[in-house]
Design a protein around this ligand. Sequence first.
Ligand SMILES: Cc1cc2nc3c(=O)[nH]c(=O)nc-3n(C[C@H](O)[C@H](O)[C@H](O)COP(=O)(O)O)c2cc1C
Length: 221
Amino acid sequence: MYYEPGRTPSNLPYNPFKSCVVPRPIGWIATVSADGRHNLAPFSQFQNVAYDPPMVMVSGNNRPDGTLKDTIRNILDTGEFVWSMATYAQREQVSASAQEFAPGVDEFEAVGIQSAPANLVKARRVADSPAHFECKVHQTVYLPGNTLESHTHLIIAEVIGIHIADDYIDASGRFDVLRARPLARLGYLDYTSVDNAFELLIPGFRPGQTVEYLKDSVRKP
Ligand SMILES: Cc1cc2nc3c(=O)[nH]c(=O)nc-3n(C[C@H](O)[C@H](O)[C@H](O)COP(=O)(O)O)c2cc1C
């Protein structure tokens, strides 16, 4: 089948678009409003987009009435947020934190999620998440939509602080992703989680190159 979004119908009962780019990691995004109220919500349009300096992106569409979601409003007002890794064990809390609470309601309190302070920004971390990024906005891109709800703000942010809970660092010094079991979105109402991993070497890589690749870029003094 083939269709042209907005021009020709897919003739499918449900829109297949979101189930093609999968799995999408969950941006569990904590922010603070200009008047100091804390907020937490999940965004599956979230991704790592650069590594030196590390940068992530998160995007949020509007509410059905065309107003900005609290997360986006807060990020535009304050220029900062915290990402907490969402895990399979936290799946019910992730879903509960997506409820449309009245503006100003603190989802940490409303859902009963324990928080911990960040070091460099005012937004808080989900205390029992295995990893957190403290983020400062680099650039915001407005993506016009076809309906009031589909107008979107894409936020690109620099990761200025990284927390990894020590018990998720394995004996080889790597982040133990299978222990963390990150949660991710598929299409429709489906989710998945990372419960297996395998290694592949790029053909032609020499052992030294492999080590360099794993080390990532370490800035020279
Ligand atoms: C797993 C999950 C992923 C979501 N991803 C997005 C997303 O990528 N973009 C978006 O605008 N809303 C997304 N939502 C919906 C928001 O979480 C929801 O609108 C929430 O109420 C926004 O809260 P806020 O107004 O406090 O920012 C998602 C919800 C869930 C449960």
